[in-house]
Ligand binder design. Structure first.
Ligand code: SAM
Length: 223
C-alpha cells in the first residue's frame, strides 16, 4: 500500500466520534487560564464571539516563542482574546497591532488589555485591517489573519511584503468546519478559503502546513 493510501485508510478509521473524544482530551490537558482570559472565554461563549479559544491560542503563543517574535500584526481581533496571548508572547519590549472594524469590540478589548497588564504593548486600530496593513512600512515577525473569510485571498497578497524572512503568516479557520472537503461548495466563504489554501500552498515564498486543530490553522513560514 502506498503512503497516501495508508494515510487515507487511517483517516477513515479516525471517525467523528474519535475526533470529538480526542478534542475533549486535548482541551482537558490545557492549564487553567488567568482571570481575565477565563472571563473573556465566558463572554465569548455567552455572546457568540468567535475567538480562537485556548487550544489554538496556546499554539499561537508557542509559535511566537519558537520564532522569538517581537512584532505581531493581527487582522481581526474582536474582543482581543488572541491579542492578549500574542502580547504575553512578545514580552515587555514587543508590540502587537490589534485591528477590528467594530468600535464596541475595541472598547471592550482595551479594558481587558489594561486588566491583563499588557496595554502598553498593544496598538489598537479601529477600521479596515487590510487597509491598515497595506499602510505599514515595517516588516513583522508574525502576521495573523482572522478577518472575514471572503478577504483571505487578498490578505495573502498583502501579508507577504509585510513579513520578515523566517516570519510566520498564520491563518485561522482554514478547514471551515470541514466544508473545505465538500464536493462542490457554492457559498462564497468556503470558496474563498479554498482559493486561499491552494494559493498559500502553491506560493513559492512560503512553506505551509495546515494544523488540523479546532477549525484548522494554516502556518506558513516566509522563505
Ligand atoms: C473571528 S473574529 C476575531 C477573533 C480574534 N482573533 C480572537 O481569536 O480572539 C473576527 C473579527 O474580525 C473583524 N473583522 C472582519 N473583517 C475585518 C476587516 N476587514 N477589518 C477589520 N476587522 C475585521 C470582525 O469585526 C470580528 O470581530
Amino acid at each position: 500500500m502506498t503512503q497516501k493510501r495508508i494515510d487515507r485508510a487511517s483517516w477513515r478509521h479516525y471517525n467523528f466520534t474519535t475526533i470529538g473524544r480526542v478534542d475533549d482530551y486535548l482541551y482537558s490537558m490545557l492549564p487553567k487560564r488567568d482571570t481575565v482570559l477565563a472571563e473573556m472565554e465566558d463572554y465569548a461563549t455567552e455572546h457568540k464571539v468567535p475567538i480562537v479559544g485556548p487550544a489554538v491560542a496556546r499554539v499561537l503563543q508557542q509559535l511566537a516563542m519558537m520564532t522569538d517574535a517581537r512584532t505581531v500584526f493581527e487582522l481581526g481581533s474582536a474582543i482581543g482574546y488572541s491579542t492578549i496571548w500574542w502580547a504575553h508572547a512578545v514580552g515587555e519590549k514587543g508590540r502587537v497591532f490589534y485591528t477590528d472594524s467594530d468600535k464596541k469590540n475595541a472598547e471592550r478589548a482595551r479594558g481587558y488589555f489594561v486588566r491583563a497588564g499588557v496595554a502598553d504593548r498593544i496598538q489598537v486600530h479601529v477600521g479596515d485591517a487590510l487597509e491598515f496593513l497595506s499602510e505599514q512600512k515595517q516588516e513583522f515577525d508574525i502576521v495573523f489573519n482572522d478577518v472575514d473569510k471572503e478577504d483571505y485571498p487578498r490578505v495573502l497578497r498583502l501579508a507577504d511584503p509585510r513579513l520578515r524572512k523566517g516570519g510566520l503568516f498564520i491563518t485561522d479557520n482554514v478547514l471551515w468546519s470541514g466544508r473545505v472537503a465538500e464536493k462542490n461548495p457554492t457559498d462564497s466563504r468556503t470558496k474563498a478559503i479554498l482559493e486561499f489554501n491552494r494559493k498559500l500552498y502553491d506560493a513559492p515564498e512560503f512553506y505551509t502546513t495546515i494544523l488540523p486543530i479546532r477549525d484548522g490553522l494554516a502556518v506558513a513560514v516566509k522563505k
